[in-house]
Design a protein around this ligand. Structure first.
Ligand SMILES: [Fe+2]
Ligand SMILES: [Fe+2]
Length: 184
């Protein structure tokens, strides 16, 4: 499997783990157990930064390569998925701001907080699943080796300077740190 696709699938596994942790926190919150808001906000910040800087731009590059390769419009669900990236970014940022507000003493209705969190979990989970059904297999069957090489070069040029190896390592370290904090 091309390395870019491997990285995207690995990202999805990590994002899913974060979503599961977030959902567990929401279940506990529903039962009146306060989460560690700082850890949750940190998880959301990680999700937001990594998706905006690395994951979504990589997928958008992949989709552009498919557009070029197929020389026709892509199946519309794929275009919808790419437009969803902005919505996901907004939902994530909004929920993070809610959590930061609570940390600063803002009083919010618990059902509103919970509903915002659940919406994010639901939208993002569905998004990951649909990409695995419609984007990844199409890319694997349609793109040739030369396309993958061009994509790797683009990644190195466009995303690489934004997140150098050190930043990627920092993301990984933060991810591990968050997992450890969520252990009961
Ligand atoms: Fe995506
Ligand atoms: Fe994705």
């Amino acid at each position: 499997m091309p390395p870019l696709l491997q990285r995207l699938q690995q990202d999805h596994r990590q994002l899913r783990t974060l979503l599961n942790l977030l959902e567990k926190s929401l279940d506990r919150f529903h039962r009146g157990i306060e989460p560690n808001y700082a850890t949750l906000a940190e998880a959301l910040e990680y999700l937001e930064n990594y998706a905006d800087q690395v994951h979504h731009p990589s997928e958008e590059m992949l989709v552009q390569s498919l557009r070029d390769q197929l020389k026709r419009n892509l199946p519309s669900p794929l275009e919808v998925l790419m437009r969803q990236h902005e919505v996901i970014s907004e939902l994530t940022g909004h929920f993070r701001q809610i959590l930061e507000g609570i940390m600063q003493g803002e009083v919010l209705r618990r059902d509103v907080v919970e509903a915002q969190g659940r919406e994010l979990v639901e939208v993002l989970r569905k998004h990951l699943q649909q990409e695995e059904i419609s984007l990844f297999p199409l890319a694997q069957t349609q793109l040739r080796e030369a396309d993958w090489r061009a994509l790797e070069a683009q990644f190195a040029q466009r995303i690489g300077p934004l997140v150098d190896g050190q930043d990627l390592a920092r993301f990984q370290a933060l991810y591990q740190h968050l997992l450890a904090q969520f252990q009961p």
